[in-house]
Design a protein around this ligand. Structure first.
Ligand code: LLP
Length: 418
């Protein structure tokens, strides 16, 4: 986490001490580094320089408007999975002509909105969805640009919940049937076949599964070309992993270099949909220790952040580093389970962490910039955290902490006489 460093024992985001942010905005709070976001995006963009290519940031990883805006200003495209994400991209100043629309269950109204906005491409995941897109485009008297998400049946070697490129997953069109689907699409009146895409999973720490997937797609592309079905772009999805603890994933530069080598002599426009590798290590979640408690031979630190604020540890057993915002000389380092106030045994952010803790301590949960706030809920009627962005020595509130009124908006009592 390059932009988060200790200086004189105090953890900083860029030029700002995290303790200052906690004092000003309270806890739990998500803190993002603008520089970290920009550098991660640029590592993709620069590796692709000189090639017809587009980096479509996967909005689902972190959809805060300020995050999207920072990336839009650099010329990023966006990968969306709902009309809601499209609206966010538009409000953040993103260019609809650089938007790809993924996801298995696009609604007619979402397709319509995306066509009105003029997106680059629909990434289609089934036969039935192809018909739906064709029908909506027909009603509007336009042609929808489409790509098919092909499931290359490769094992991404990642957590089963985030592995998507195997036959048994719900995603994409089986590679064996893809030629038929492309043929059918080529004959439809209201779609224009422009691309092929795949996304084999998330948090991949090796390049080889991506290269295997490309090999399989190339065979398919050649078969299609022989039938006169020309594909303009190849979208390789997202999935590049990040360092949470001791993983050593390739950098975007290393990954892209190998992809380009594999695609030598092929002139497809290339699209990538990175989410985690742009946002994860650009953010931390700040949380404060409320109480320390012993039970049997377990030490529990009860913190004010919980599974509703950051669900990855509970949901996937994911490991995210947890570090003190201020280092302490005196006191004893012990193993702690860091647990939240939510009434579930699964409510923890870390287990068996060696820390030197006192009540009131401020902690930073690392690598929380992706799949953090976006997966937060209001379980236990807990307002979702504030989000702030640091830019050099300045701090901007980019999302207010929710209020209890926000949480109850739209709810109604039954009439008194009922
Ligand atoms: N494109 C498509 C079609 C996707 O489904 C995804 C992620 C991405 C791109 C971005 O993948 P990334 O570069 O972030 O790996 N909530 C889970 C991750 C779910 C990923 C879902 N799809 C987690 O917290 O680990």
């Amino acid at each position: 986490m390059d932009n988060f460093e200790y200086r004189n024992g105090r953890l900083h985001a860029e030029e700002v001490a995290l303790s200052r942010i906690a004092d000003e905005f309270g806890t739990p709070t998500y803190v993002y580094s603008r520089d970290a976001l920009e550098r991660a995006y640029l590592s993709y963009a620069q590796a692709l320089e000189g090639r017809d290519a587009l980096v479509c940031y996967a909005v689902k990883a972190n959809s805060n408007l300020a995050v999207l805006n920072v990336l839009a200003r650099l010329g990023a495209g966006f990968d969306i999975v709902s009309a809601g994400e499209l609206e966010r991209v538009l409000r953040a100043g993103g260019d609809p002509a650089k938007v790809v629309f993924s996801g298995v269950g696009k609604q007619p109204a979402e397709i319509r909105r995306a066509l009105e906005a003029g997106i680059l491409c629909f990434n289609i995941e089934s036969d039935a969805e192809l018909d739906r897109v064709n029908a909506v485009a027909g009603e509007m008297g336009v042609k929808a640009p489409v790509s098919f998400r092909v499931n290359p049946d490769v094992d991404a070697g990642t957590h089963p919940y985030i592995s998507t490129g195997l036959k048994e997953n719900k995603f994409g069109i089986a590679i064996e049937t893809a030629v038929d689907v492309y043929r059918r699409a080529a004959a439809l009146e209201h779609v224009e076949v422009v691309g092929m895409d795949c996304h084999i999973g998330s948090q991949l720490t090796e390049v080889s599964p991506f290269l295997d997937a490309i090999d399989r797609l190339l065979v398919l592309l050649d078969t299609l070309a022989a039938e006169g079905i020309r594909i303009h772009h190849l979208d390789l999805g997202g999935g590049l992993g990040v360092n949470y603890t001791d993983e050593t994933p390739p950098t975007p530069g290393e990954y892209i270099a190998q992809v380009l080598q594999k695609l030598e002599g092929r002139d497809y426009k290339l699209i990538f949909e990175p989410g985690r590798s742009i946002a994860a290590n650009a953010g931390v979640m700040l949380t404060r220790v409320e109480f320390l408690k012993q039970s049997g031979d377990k030490n529990f630190a009860i913190i004010d952040g919980a599974m509703n604020d950051l669900i990855r540890p509970s949901l996937y057993g994911a490991y995210q580093e947890i570090v003190p915002a201020e280092l302490r000389e005196e006191g004893e380092t012990q193993a702690w389970d860091l647990v939240g106030p939510v009434c579930e045994t699964g409510d923890f952010l870390g287990k068996d962490r060696q820390l030197n803790l006192q009540p009131g301590d401020l902690l930073a949960v690392c690598s929380a910039g992706a799949y953090g706030f976006v997966m937060a809920s209001n379980y236990n009627t807990r307002p979702r955290p504030a989000e702030v962005m640091v830019d050099d020595n300045k701090v901007y509130l980019v999302r207010e902490r929710e209020t209890l009124n926000d949480l109850m908006r739209g709810e109604q009592l039954l009439p008194a006489q009922s």
